[in-house]
Design a protein. Structure first.
Length: 83
């Protein structure tokens, strides 16, 4: 694995907690932060796919605004159109 060193600024309390977890998991700080970043990127990719499917469904249904979505949700929850 080719690596590059980067500098980041973290609040002291966050770094302390990260170091505690790294120690508990027998990792070093870099390994813990790499894994956290990998997990975050996977999560964001999954959310991106979910939102893209939502956009496709909205286009297919003719929904063009968030206000229309809010109205649909309101009608579903309350059994009536919003006032």
């Amino acid at each position: 694995m080719q690596t590059q060193t980067v500098n980041i600024a973290l609040p002291k309390d966050l770094l302390r907690k990260a170091d505690e977890v790294a120690k508990m998991e027998y990792r070093n700080r870099s390994e813990l932060i790499r894994e956290a970043l990998r997990m975050y990127l996977v999560k964001m990719e999954r959310w991106g796919k979910i939102f893209e499917e939502g956009r496709k469904a909205a286009r297919k249904s003719g929904i063009t605004s968030e206000e229309q979505i809010n109205d649909i949700v309101y009608e579903f929850r309350h059994g009536q159109k919003p006032r």
